[in-house]
Design a protein around this ligand. Structure first.
Ligand code: ARG
Length: 458
């Protein structure tokens, strides 16, 4: 097929070369950004006297019609075209005649595509941030519901100290809050306009890059034209932020998978977010959580693919860069899907607080509190730690728990022990006494919840 860029060559490329070269299958999703960008460009050209106001009006009207027609379905995007930029320009010229050919004055597809991706991705960031905020709200609501439900807190996946399920959930709310912040930070750096950098070196026309940037809602312009057309940092940054976000969802998924196992039985997922087995009738599988965990690898892969594509590229634009889009689009699509499913799964998840409590009662997770009890009665911590450890060993030997050892036995280890020790090692006391900021006490969890809600309202 002959090309709009036919000139030095006859443009009569092989079909297989066209298919290989074309990006319209994945960049057509940027049609709105492409058209909006072109309208701003036409307005700038007229404002600077590079084209006449009449020409600009014709271009803008033609572009508006194309946008309307694509959106209504009256115009379908021709997948035989090389890319979305060529498609729009081609239809424009077909519809309004030679004036259409003026649109590409003082512009190149290199700055055009860089503009389109930035515009496209900043909208995606807004959508993703909104989804993360909704998830934070769901997690926080669950935390509120379970702010006094005792469960074992773990280190090394060994029962460590008693915490509440609310406290555990709020840890994820904090992670996700950082994700929102990272996305905002990424958006800020992304929101600089590359349009006007042209092919690589700028242009001889007297353009006004700030005019276009402002019209399109950018905070400023890329200040080096070579950088403006070859920079894909914002894609890599977005994908690394998304990778970290997915890592959080994946850790959360892993816990949900463990908790819903028969061994833990800490949570029960809703039937609406689980699947059965085709052969084992008893099964209720946490597929959604497993898929989120699995898709994390895919998003990491997207990031690695782009970083690898970029690492050896000389300045400025190289066709390799066309590979940015499939990776970054896949990452945003995947993350959005995961966030939506995950939100529903968390919202409908129920905790089995009796089992959580039971697990907390059997692991000597109040041994630190027993040591602290002695410390408060005047013993140095190291000595108290040792006695507490010896008492745990004794319990294991006698197949009992700290709560059930008689006071006489305690007294054999230290005269400081008194009957108030049982109150001190009661699990709810252990939790309630952890009033340090960020600790697991109900009051602390409540203030975490308040903080998160305030951040969400901002
Ligand atoms: N489809 C191309 C891309 O996605 C647009 C830029 C093409 N520029 C060029 N000089 N061939 O990167």
């Amino acid at each position: 097929m002959a090309k709009m860029w036919a000139g030095r060559t006859d443009g009569m490329t092989e079909k297989i070369a066209d298919d290989f070269n074309s990006s319209i299958h994945f960049d057509s999703r940027m049609y709105r950004q492409d058209i909006t960008g072109s309208m701003a460009h036409a307005a700038m050209l007229a404002a600077k006297g590079i084209i006449t106001p009449d020409d600009a009006d014709a271009l803008v009207a033609g572009l508006e019609d194309i946008l309307k027609d694509i959106e209504s379905g009256a115009l379908s995007i021709d997948m035989e075209c090389e890319d979305i930029h060529m498609f729009v320009e081609q239809v424009l010229t077909q519809r309004i005649g030679d004036v259409g050919k003026k649109l590409h004055t003082a512009r190149s597809r290199n700055d055009q595509v860089a503009l389109d991706i930035r515009m496209y991705l900043r909208e995606e960031i807004d959508e993703i941030s909104e989804l993360v905020k909704q998830l934070i709200a769901a997690v926080t609501a669950k935390a509120e519901e379970y702010k006094s439900a005792i469960m074992p807190g773990y280190t090394h996946l060994q029962r460590a100290q008693p915490i509440t399920f609310g406290h555990h959930l709020m840890a994820y709310a904090m992670m996700l809050l950082r994700d929102v912040d990272r996305l905002a930070d990424c958006r800020r750096r992304m929101n600089q306009s590359p349009i006007g950098c042209c092919a690589l070196a700028g242009t001889t026309y007297d353009t006004d890059r700030n005019f276009e940037a402002e019209k399109l809602g950018f905070d400023g312009i890329c200040l080096n034209s070579l950088d403006g057309v070859s920079d894909r940092d914002f894609c890599a940054e977005l994908m690394s932020s998304l990778s970290i976000l997915m890592m959080h969802l994946s850790r959360f998924s892993e816990e949900i998978i463990l908790w819903s196992s028969w061994e833990f039985k800490f949570v029960e997922l809703s039937d609406a977010y689980t699947t059965g087995s085709s052969i084992m009738p008893q099964k209720k599988n946490p597929d959604m959580a497993e898929l989120v965990r699995g898709k994390t690898g895919r998003v990491y892969g997207d990031l690695m693919a782009l970083l690898t594509t970029l690492k050896g590229l000389p300045l400025a634009y190289n066709k390799d860069m066309q590979e940015d889009k499939e990776a970054v689009f896949d990452a945003v699509d995947t993350v959005k899907m995961c966030l939506k499913v995950f939100g529903g799964m968390v919202q409908t998840m129920k905790a089995n607080t009796a089992n959580m409590k039971l697990a907390a009662q059997k692991g000597f997770i109040n041994a630190t509190d027993l040591a602290d009890y002695l410390v408060k009665k005047g013993m140095p911590f190291r000595s108290a730690y040792k006695i507490s450890g010896q008492l745990v060993a004794l319990c294991i030997q006698k197949n009992t728990v700290l709560e059930e050892l008689p006071l006489e036995t305690y007294k054999e280890y230290s005269e400081l022990f008194d009957s108030d020790l049982y109150q001190a090692i009661d699990l709810m006391t252990c939790v309630e006494k952890r009033i340090s900021r960020g600790g697991t006490s109900v009051a602390s969890v409540e203030s975490q919840i308040t903080y998160v809600k305030e951040m969400l309202a901002k």
